[in-house]
Structures are given as structure tokens and as C-alpha cells.
Design a protein around this ligand. Sequence first.
Ligand SMILES: NC(=O)c1ccc[n+]([C@@H]2O[C@H](COP(=O)([O-])OP(=O)(O)OC[C@H]3O[C@@H](n4cnc5c(N)ncnc54)[C@H](OP(=O)(O)O)[C@@H]3O)[C@@H](O)[C@H]2O)c1
Length: 339
Amino acid sequence: MNGFQRLAVVGATGAVGRELLQIIHARRLPFRDLILLASSRSAGRHLTVAGRDYGVEEATATRLKGIDLAFFSAGAAVSRALAPAIVQAGGVVIDNSSAFRMRPDVPLVIPEINGADLARHEGIIANPNCSAIILLMAVAPIHRAFPIQRIVVSTYQAASGAGQRAMDELTTQTRAHLAGERYAPSVFPHPIAFNLFSHDSAVGDDGYNVEERKIIEETRKILHDPEIAVAPTCIRVPIPRAHSESINLEFRDPVTPNAIREVLRSAEGVTVVDDVKSGHFPMPIDATGRDEVLVGRIRADVSRSDGRGIAMFVCGDQLRKGAALNAVQIAERLLHRAV
Ligand SMILES: NC(=O)c1ccc[n+]([C@@H]2O[C@H](COP(=O)([O-])OP(=O)(O)OC[C@H]3O[C@@H](n4cnc5c(N)ncnc54)[C@H](OP(=O)(O)O)[C@@H]3O)[C@@H](O)[C@H]2O)c1
């Protein structure tokens, strides 16, 4: 296949959708027609992508007829409502929402890690949760070389992880705060400027919120390791873009920080930023707009005397590798397989 005939982005006006449009053009994903879809609120708007003007239309089942590849980034309800019709008509859906991720017939793919799972798709391919992607870009290559038994991860998640309006709320609240004005949160449940809070997803009976559950379940599915133990704590922080994560790994056998650095230096899509002398380690400001996940602060877990623990810190742009870039990489793999 030389390219896609009719490519659609559902949720084109959103934070992930805009990034998708930019990356589709930057990486020259081949297509004949590109169709931008969103809610009825956006119908008639125009977006400029790589100097070209595109009209936005309402996403309806009728408008999606004849699409051969659709990227969905409009939330799980829209994916559930509209994706099956595309598949029934012979098209493929790459879905950024959580709608289908844990379905056994749906591959959940990070191309650098489990790209081979694409071989068994039945029309829907799921893009993993953004925090899971950033975690696993660092953890999966290590797990391949040195089996990991347990992961403890604390996230520092950017406002844009909750969408365009959430990112805008961070800006307006910050301005209001600095001007000494009063403000009330509208997108987030709590003030996001000059504050942080436990991830704004519902907490279940087991005490874990939905985001934490996704990290546990998706990690096991992507690594094909139902036994691996994962203990996440997800926190929202007042950062516009790029998630950070503090990670502690427990191994089957002893391992050294240098051996981990070696593995990560040759891992695709990972950059080691671990300059102790200058104090330069991963920061969201450096990860923003970049494709690679940055990994640093790689050290032995001092709380373990048996050498089976490693601690590290990662940052990754969750709108790129955590969502849009990963989705476009999946599409590229589909094209290569079809050649
Ligand atoms: N933000 C992230 O970092 C991130 C990372 C990974 C995955 N995701 C997932 O990606 C999806 C999109 O997230 P986002 O952050 O881009 O959200 P967003 O900025 O709020 O954008 C949502 C998009 O969905 C569209 N939409 C909403 N309701 C719709 C409807 N009924 N029919 C058609 N389109 C509709 C919106 O169109 P209008 O502009 O017309 O309202 C907009 O284009 C979500 O499932 C999210 O969980 C997000």
C-alpha cells in the first residue's frame, strides 16, 4: 500500500487531535484526503495545518463512511459510538481513548515495545494510556534485559493530559493568581495553578483511581506479563505539558545502575539525561515537543541491600509519545506491513 486514501482525525480540534495533525504532516504520513472531524460545536471552523486550510465537520456515522484509517481522540463515548461502523466497512481505527484498550481482540501497542502485536488486529488498535506509555518506554527495555518483578511509580501529570480546556485553565488561573484575583476551578475539581492534587479520576473501592488502574492493567497487557506487580500513585501538577514519573524497580536478580544506563542508551525512543556533575536530569520543559522519553537519576535503590532495586526519573511529552506520535507510528507500521 502506498498510502491511505481517506484519512480521518476524529477530535481534530482537541489537544491530541491538533498534535496528530501536526505529526501526520511532519512525518509525511501518506494520504489522498484528510478529513477533520469534531463535535457539532466545531462544524464550520477551519484549521491551518502545515500551511493548508482544512474545514472541520461534525463526526457522524455517515461522514465516516469509506474512511480507510481513522485516528480517534474524542473520548471513549465517541469511540464506542463511531469506531465500529468504520471497522464494519473495512477500515481501521487507531483509538486514543480507553474504550477498547483491555478488549482481548484489540492490540494495545507501543510500536518500539510490542509492535508485533499489530499482526493480530481486527480493525481496532488501541493507543495506551499516556502515563503507561511514558513509563513503559523506559521500563520495557530494562525488563527485557533484567526481569522486573515489581514497579512502584508516582506520576507528576501535566494539565494538558486532561485536554485543551484544562491546559487553558492552568494559564487563566495562573494569570488570575498573579494578579491577586479570585478564581473558581471549572475543568479540574481543584485549583491547578500553584497547586497539585491526586489525579482527578474516580477512586474505586480498592482505593486506586481510574488512571492508576489503567497503568496497572495496561502495563501487564503490553509487557505480556500478567504477574508483574505495579503500584502507581497519580498526581496532577501545574505543568502545561509533559508528564514526569518517579519509578522504583524491583528485580529478580541484582543489577547495577551502569547496566541499566547501558540498556537505556540503546533503547529506541529513549534518551538518557543523567548528568550528575551539572545537575541536569529529565525535566518536562526539556521533554516538551520532543519525541523521546528522557530518563535520568538512575541509581541503586538505597533501601535494598541485596542490589535488586533501581530508582529513576522520566519525563515524556504525553501529547506526542503519550498519544499522537505513538498513534502515527502505529499507522506507519500498518503501511509497512501492507507493502
Ligand atoms: N491529552 C492527553 O494528553 C491525552 C493523552 C492520551 C490520550 N488522550 C485521550 O485522547 C482523547 C482526546 O483527549 P484531548 O486531551 O485531546 O481532549 P480535548 O482537548 O478535550 O479534545 C476533545 C476533542 O473531542 C471532540 N469531541 C468532543 N465531543 C465530541 C463528540 N460528541 N463528537 C465528536 N467529537 C467530539 C472535541 O471537539 P470540539 O472541539 O468540537 O468540542 C475535541 O476535538 C481522550 O479520549 C483522552 O483520554 C489524551
